[in-house]
Structure formats: C-alpha cells, structure tokens
Design a protein around this ligand. Structure first.
Ligand code: NAD
Length: 296
C-alpha cells in the first residue's frame, strides 16, 4: 500500500508532482540540493492551489491540508528513508539520474518502488544501476502536472507486472489517465513531439517563417492549443535540447539532430519561460505573448 511518496527534484515538474500527490492525501517528502529551490517550490505550490481555489476546483481548507502533507529535505538518503514510492524529477541528465538512483536504491526501504519522470532517458538503463530493477518504472507526468491528465507509464526491460499495475492504479487515484508504453528513446510522447518542435525551430532558422507565423499556422491549422515554439519555451529549451540529443544518440539517426539555433539559444542561457526569454519574452504578471526582439 503506497502512502509515503518522496519526490526528488523540486523544479517545474517536481513541485507539480508533489502538489498532486499531497492533494490526493499522500504524505510527500520533497528533496532538492538546497533550501532555495525547495522554498521556491512550496511558494509555487501555494500559488497554484490558490488558482485552483479561485476556479472552485478545491476549497480554501484543502489548501492548508495539502501544504501540511509536504515536508522538505536536502538529503536523498534522509528523504527516501520511509518512502513507499520515490518519483525522481531531477534535471534531465543521464549521469545525474544514475547517481540519484544509486543513492535512492541504497537508502530506500526494501520493496519501495523507484519511478523516474524522465522525458527520454532509458528506464532500463536507470534500473540497471539499482539492485531492484523489477521495481523501477517510468512515471512520466505532463506539464503542468495539476492540470494535465496523462501519465505515460514506461515499462523498463525488467519492470514487473505488479509494479506496472501499482503505478496504473496510483495514477488513477490521482485522477489521471495512465497510458503504458515500452522503453525506447523518447518513449511515445517525446518521440513524436520533439521532432515536430525541432522542425518548427528549423523552419525559423532557415527563414521559412517567423515565430508568430509558425505558431499561428500550427494553432489555427492543426488546432493545437499552443504553437510548437511557445510549447518549447514552456517545456524549457534546455529540456528540449537534452531530449533531442537522447533521441539522436539512441537511434543513431541524424534526423533527430537538434537545430543549431536551439543549441545556440541554450548556450546563451535562453531557456524559455523559466529564464524569462526564449522564442518569446516573458514578464512576470503579464500574459501577453511577446516575440523575442531577436526574432523581429
Ligand atoms: P527543472 O530544471 O525545472 O528542475 C530540476 C530540479 O532538479 C532542480 O530544482 C534541481 O535543483 C534539482 N536537482 C538537480 N540535481 C539534483 C539532485 N542531485 N538531487 C535533488 N535534486 C536535484 O527540470 P524539470 O523541467 O522539472 O524536469 C525534471 C524532469 O522532468 C526531467 O527529467 C525532465 O525531462 C522531466 N519532464 C519535464 C517536463 C517539462 O515540461 N519541463 C515534462 C515532463 C517531464
């Protein structure tokens, strides 16, 4: 029976995952490398619950109860000690994730499930550094976690049927819709999404169309709620770049090579919404979509 959840990484996804588990009554320990990202995550969760209260999704009483279910820790070893399930949502970097899983595996109780929210890194590879590969699985939430219904569940090579069934039923308890897929680079969501985003960036890079035109074509022509360039900013340009590199390396196929413009933007620190600038410029408190001056 899963009661205690430890979420490792308190960034964009980690705070959303902690929020949803706490909202549905689970005890959550949120772990990050320092106090600052943890404090920022708690503030974000509080703000996002306020938004849910304003929309009538939850009551004002639920807010405090949800926040009270979340504790924080800066040590993985301490944070996973009582966990029934660990959900890792740290930076998309293979070496980092392998290190985190070794640490979590060594410190978590026997029988504790270890899930990764990775967008593209092999679950089988992550599982192989642990002594419990049958209990390791991909639990890929979508951004923003409190809003998006899908959980892409990724079976690694050694994931047991029991582990998969537990994560399917847990996802349903969170009012999400699970979809089980197999472990190949990018799984299903990003295998299809990232080449589209990369092609949109190539279209901009080669001068086929401007930022607003590319996004308008995809919004109005394909009924996408957000254009691919805005979506890339929202996901994080660094995250997109990392996923494309995993696809390129995993399949050995040049068609996944990231557009040089994306590489340049990430190198220059333009990571999209989280850095304040990507294809668009973001000002706190403003909802207006302003194309970055670089692309005018
Ligand atoms: P992020 O950069 O917003 O947050 C990552 C967090 O991990 C940071 O707070 C960082 O301090 C923390 N971290 C780094 N090393 C750590 C360690 N050793 N121990 C504990 N915490 C550590 O990244 P994100 O966008 O939240 O992505 C997290 C994961 O979720 C990635 O695997 C990413 O591929 C995946 N993902 C992202 C999205 C998205 O839209 N951003 C969607 C689905 C899945």
């Amino acid at each position: 029976m899963i009661k205690n959840i430890t979420v490792i990484g308190a960034g964009t996804m980690g705070n959303g995952i902690a929020h949803v588990f706490a909202q549905f009554g689970f005890s959550v320990t949120l772990v990050d490398i320092a106090k600052e990202p943890l404090e920022k995550a708690l503030a974000t969760i509080a703000k996002n619950i306020d938004r849910q209260v304003a929309k009538g999704i939850v009551s004002a009483d639920d807010k405090q109860q949800t926040l009270d279910r979340i504790t924080t820790n800066t040590s993985i070893e301490e944070g996973v000690k009582k966990a029934d399930l660990v959900v890792e949502a740290a930076t998309e970097n293979t070496e980092l994730k392998l290190k985190i899983f070794k640490q979590a595996d060594a410190a978590a109780p026997a029988g504790c499930l270890l899930a990764t929210n990775t967008s593209s890194i092999s679950v089988t590879r992550i599982a192989a550094v642990t002594k419990r590969p049958e209990l390791v699985i991909g639990m890929h939430f979508m951004n923003p976690v409190p809003v998006m219904k899908l959980v892409e569940i990724i079976n690694g090579y050694s994931t047991s049927e029991e582990t998969t069934q537990t994560i399917i039923s847990l996802s349903k308890q969170l009012d999400k819709i699970p979809c089980v897929v197999n472990d190949y680079p990018g799984f299903t969501a990003n295998r299809i999404l990232m080449p589209m985003i990369n092609e949109a960036i190539y279209s901009l890079y080669e001068g086929v169309a401007g930022v607003a035109e590319i996004d308008t074509v995809m919004k109005l022509g394909m009924a996408h709620p957000m254009g691919p360039l805005q979506l890339a900013d929202f996901i994080g340009l660094d995250v997109c770049l990392n996923i494309l590199r995993v696809l390129q390396e995993g399949f050995g196929n040049p068609k996944y090579a990231p557009c040089p413009l994306l590489v340049n933007m990430v190198t220059a620190g333009k990571r999209g919404v989280k850095s304040g600038e990507g294809f668009y410029t973001y000002t706190a408190g403003s909802k207006e979509l302003v194309v970055s001056s670089q692309f005018l």
